[in-house]
Design a protein around this ligand. Structure first.
Ligand SMILES: Cc1ncc(COP(=O)(O)O)c(C=O)c1O
Length: 390
């Protein structure tokens, strides 16, 4: 009887896998991909286009700045969601990457990215099991800010005879995750004494400051924010523990937080492409990404309709800027349409370039980057960690 049930379930499982694979391969073959060498304006749309010269320049600027400040760079992959760019960043000198989610870390680890900090809390049995599987393959560190989570991590790690590196997240003023610096020693000691865990240090993300447009205010507030980390380091060291890693900073604060001597690594993400929102904050990096769209209708006076909508561009930080034509403005999106007001005469099929206000949430909607150089498609890069929000 038992053998019968086991065989039955094996067959069902096998069928499921076979069906899944065939559905997946059919799905993939439906995807139209242009030939390399295609001119930008001949790309099928909507297409997420990146200027390879500018992306490479952004990557070098940040890596050179980190080298100059003598600080490690561990870019956040939540922006690009791509193993291609993670490896590029590491080749240029980054010590590893940050991930926000287990799903992202799985993709990165399987592709051979070894040094991963999950700069988020990983909660619950199912995700912790997945974390353990990653830890068996790659060098992974995880952030935490609750005693319950620390004990769960210790139990799972011990059961699997592993030693998991843990950072304590400090609330540096963002009031999202993180503990009060006054509790940092208590948390560090708990991690240090529990089996299966190693206390690696602390992290804090000053996300409430990165978008401050005034340079002086951003600089002052970033330093105030880093004081929470400096205090925590002092308290932990006075308690007799080593704080090997102090991880912090976003793109808007890299130069301020990176010059605080206690901070050992930068977690910046957005600098790779620089979305519309960040271009209002700073000009250290170039805007290297846009959404290419086509005019599909022009029947209403002083108005065109293009073929992107809420399913291919995000609006959580506002409506995109129209790059070309430069007199145009977005009026409204629906799912697959965008109404744009313009005085210009645009024909059906003409191309319109949009700069999304928020890169991360727009990128997460796409399967590929279309990498261009000298006006032509040079490479198609999979956004292989897109949608991995679990
Ligand atoms: C924890 C953490 N670290 C780093 C970053 C990267 O910041 P930025 O995109 O401003 O470079 C983020 C972005 O939200 C984040 O949540």
């Amino acid at each position: 009887m038992l053998t019968f049930f086991l065989c039955h379930y094996l067959i069902v499982f096998q069928n499921y896998i076979t069906d899944y694979n065939s559905i997946f391969s059919k799905f993939m073959s439906f995807e139209y991909l242009p030939e390399l060498g295609t001119k930008i304006n001949d790309l099928d749309t909507p297409a997420l286009v990146i200027d390879l010269d500018l992306v490479e320049s952004n990557l070098s600027i940040m890596q050179n700045a980190a080298n100059k400040m003598n600080i490690n760079l561990r870019p956040h992959s939540k922006t690009h969601k791509s193993t291609y760019w993670a490896k590029k960043q590491i080749t240029l000198g980054a010590i590893g990457i940050c991930c926000a989610k287990i799903g992202e870390a799985e993709i990165m680890s399987r592709s051979g990215v070894d040094n991963i900090l999950i700069a988020n809390q990983i909660i619950g049995h199912s995700k912790i099991e997945r974390l353990i599987s990653i830890a068996k393959m790659s060098n992974v560190i995880v952030a935490c800010d609750s005693e319950k989570n620390i004990r769960e991590l210790s139990m799972a790690s011990t059961l699997n005879s592993l030693t998991l590196g843990v950072l304590v997240e400090i609330n540096v003023g963002q009031n999202r995750c993180g503990i009060d610096p006054a509790k940092s020693l208590e948390f560090a000691k708990l991690i240090d004494t529990l089996p299966g865990l190693t206390f690696k240090g602390i992290m804090g993300y000053e996300g409430h400051i990165v978008g401050e447009k005034d340079y002086e205010i951003r600089s002052k507030k970033a330093r105030e924010s880093m004081k929470f980390l400096q205090d925590s380091v002092e308290i932990i060291k006075a308690g007799g523990l080593k704080c090997e890693i102090v991880s912090a900073a976003g793109t808007g604060t890299y130069s301020f937080s990176g010059s605080v001597k206690e901070v050992t690594e930068l977690q910046c993400g957005s600098y790779i492409f620089m979305d519309g929102d960040y271009m209002n904050v700073m000009d250290d990096f170039d805007s290297a990404l846009f959404l290419l769209t086509s005019v599909i209708s022009n029947n209403v006076h002083n108005q065109i309709v293009v073929d992107c909508g809420l399913k291919s561009i995000s609006v959580d930080r506002g409506l995109a800027n129209v790059i070309t034509p430069n007199d145009a403005e977005i009026v409204k999106h629906s799912e697959e349409h965008t109404i744009i007001s313009t005085d210009g005469d645009l024909e059906i099929g003409d191309k319109v370039r949009l700069l999304p206000q928020h890169g991360d949430t727009t990128i997460n909607l796409h399967d590929f980057y279309f990498g261009v150089r000298n006006g032509k498609l040079e490479t198609i890069i999979p956004i292989d960690a897109r949608g991995k929000f679990r």
